[in-house]
Write a new protein. Sequence first.
Length: 143
Amino acid sequence: MAEGVFRHLAAQANLVKRVGVDSAGTGPRHIGVPPDPRAINAARDRGYDLTPLRARQLDASELSCFDLLLAMDQGHFDHLVARSEPNIRDRIHLFLAPVPGVGRDDVPDPYYGDAKDYEYALDLIEKGARVWLAELQDRFGVS
């Protein structure tokens, strides 16, 4: 969901030519599989299209290719830090860390929940994406 939201908001912010957006899992589960139908439905109801997305596993060799690595929860953060070279660890951040007023650091995985859990995760993702996009706009001098 985060990739779809981020892509959509980056396009609205005129950052498409400056910001590449990608997502990957830390393990091999679901490789090649589209997002969960509950995620597709929740996102579609808010104007985001997740249907082109397919799950893939992050390869540790890719980590140095990104200027910013955003982990959705502490487990993913720890996984990224453990597999990265020391010189890129300052690029790794918890997705919700800079977001004021959410009262948590992790975006909960809604997979074992219901539609409401997907809506809540999407609420958090939208808030986080807006904060990170504002950071990128400042970085690139785009308003």
